[in-house]
Design a protein around this ligand. Structure first.
Ligand SMILES: Cc1cc2nc3c(=O)[nH]c(=O)nc-3n(C[C@H](O)[C@H](O)[C@H](O)COP(=O)(O)O)c2cc1C
Length: 221
């Protein structure tokens, strides 16, 4: 066994939906938890990333570009061009812990659901499903058309976790970064990765605790 055989990264695919800050928060969370990461960006993701954050990621300069984007660097991260269909993650024999696509487009969801893979992200998701590994799809679209709902139903039936990017407000978020971190934290929860990105629900309400409304609903006294 070589040293590389023991490396079991999370594959992270970024596709061209709005929500590239989710990808950055997720990557920071994985790296801060000591996880290895293999990153892939679709062509459309480069466009949304540039438009939403002003950051470009170029294949040949990915290390400096990604470091500038997410504020993290280091040997735990590897990068594959989404057009490289011979890359490691295109084979089930390449060891991984699973895959997260964040944000996920309806277009990539359709390609993965039907198996009509067009790039490395789709192929790696295909492989993740066939190898029965964890696949989390942080989808960003609203509203959904019927074909998207059908694709999501089919993927959920195969074991993928379909996770619309719907941040909650119960954790006391005060700004956009905290809402983004909430979603990234919920993804990491599903992957069993430790983090401290949001305040968990403890069963105790805030200002509503102890009011008549609360007592009537919860039956607590
Ligand atoms: C600025 C911008 C925002 C977009 N936002 C979304 C989105 O939120 N959800 C989505 O499914 N597609 C969105 N799209 C469309 C996708 O980028 C497009 O369908 C693309 O072909 C997806 O390719 P990919 O899945 O390979 O990344 C957006 C496109 C642009 C230019």
């Amino acid at each position: 066994m070589t040293a590389d055989d023991s490396r079991r990264p999370w594959l992270v695919g970024v596709t061209g939906a709005s929500g590239t800050p989710y990808a950055a928060a997720l990557l920071r969370g994985l790296l801060d938890a000591g996880e290895a990461v293999d990153l892939m960006l679709s062509q459309a993701a480069r466009l949304t990333l540039l438009d939403e954050t002003g950051h470009s990621v170029r294949d040949r300069h990915w290390r400096t570009d990604v470091a500038a984007w997410i504020g993290r660097d280091g040997p735990a991260m590897r990068y594959w061009s989404a057009s490289d269909l011979a890359a490691g993650p295109s084979s089930g024999s390449y060891p991984t812990k699973g895959m997260i696509i964040a944000p996920a487009t309806t277009s990539s969801v359709a390609a993965i659901a039907t198996g009509a893979t067009r790039n490395l992200i789709h192929r790696a998701a295909d492989v993740t499903l066939k190898e029965r590994r964890r696949l989390v799809l942080l989808l960003r679209e609203t509203p959904f058309r019927l074909s998207t709902l059908d694709n999501l139903r089919s993927l959920a039936a195969e074991g993928a976790v379909v996770m619309p990017a719907c941040p909650a407000f119960y954790a006391g978020a005060r700004d956009i970064d905290q809402l983004v971190d909430f979603m990234a934290g919920r993804v990491l929860d599903l992957c069993g990765v430790h983090h401290d990105l949001y305040r968990r629900w403890t069963g105790t309400l805030g200002p509503a605790a102890g009011t008549e409304l609360w007592e009537a609903g919860a039956g607590r006294s």
